[in-house]
Design a protein. Structure first.
Length: 194
C-alpha cells in the first residue's frame, strides 16, 4: 500500500510539473508561482523516496526461494534472484542513460512540456501495470518485525527532535570569545598548531 501511495505521490508531482511547463510554454510572460513548482518537486521526491528503496526488494520477493537443487555435481543451480538483480541494475543504468541523452534532446528540441509529459505518461502506465498485477503479487511479511519496533523508531525521532528544539547555543559577538573557541578547537585537534 505504501508503494502504491508513493507511486501516486510521484505521479501527482509529475502532473503538476508538466502543467507548469505547459503553462509557461503557452504564456511565457505569465509569472508562475514558484511555490507551485517547489511543491510539485517535493511531491516527486517524496514519492521517489517511498518507492525507490522498496521496489527492488518487492521485485526480489516475487521470485520463489525454492529453486530446484542440482541433480549432479556438474549441473549448475540457477540463481534467479542474482539474475533479477543483474537485470535490475541494467535497467537502472539504461534508464539513466536514456534520461540524460534522449530526454535532454527532446527537451532541447521540442520543449520542456513534452520533456516532462513523456515521464508523466510512463509513470501513468507503470502505475496501471502495477495496480493490475497487484492481485497476483507475493506479499512477504517478516515475523520478527512487530508494532513495538515502529513505536521505538517513532519515539527516538520524537526525542531527537525535542532535544534539538530545546537546545540553545548562543555565541556572543565579542572577538575574544571567538578566538577562545578557535583556540579550544585547534588545541583539541593538534596542540602543535598553537
Amino acid at each position: 500500500m505504501l508503494l502504491l501511495a508513493s507511486l501516486i505521490s510521484s505521479f501527482k508531482g509529475l502532473v503538476a510539473l508538466t502543467s507548469t511547463a505547459l503553462a509557461w510554454a503557452r504564456h511565457p510572460t505569465n509569472n508562475i508561482s514558484s511555490s507551485y513548482l517547489f511543491w510539485s518537486l517535493c511531491l516527486i521526491s517524496l514519492g521517489q523516496g517511498g518507492y525507490n528503496p522498496s521496489l527492488q526488494a518487492f521485485g526480489a520477493d516475487q521470485i520463489p526461494n525454492d529453486d530446484e537443487l542440482p541433480c549432479t555435481k556438474d549441473e549448475q543451480k540457477t540463481n534467479k534472484k542474482s539474475l533479477f538483480f543483474q537485470w535490475w541494475y541494467f535497467g537502472v543504468c539504461g534508464g539513466s542513460l536514456a534520461g540524460v541523452t534522449v530526454m535532454s534532446y527532446i527537451q532541447d528540441t521540442f520543449g520542456w512540456a513534452l520533456g516532462f509529459a513523456i515521464p508523466t505518461i510512463a509513470m501513468t502506465a507503470s502505475i496501471l501495470l502495477f495496480w493490475c498485477g497487484s492481485r497476483i503479487y507475493t506479499y512477504k511479511q517478516d515475523d520478527n518485525i512487530s508494532e513495538r519496533s515502529s513505536l521505538d523508531i517513532f519515539r527516538a525521532i520524537k526525542e531527537a527532535v525535542s532535544k534539538l528544539m530545546n537546545s540553545r547555543i548562543t555565541l556572543s559577538s565579542n572577538k575574544p570569545d571567538v578566538a577562545e573557541l578557535e583556540y579550544v578547537f585547534l588545541s583539541s585537534i593538534n596542540p602543535a598548531l598553537l
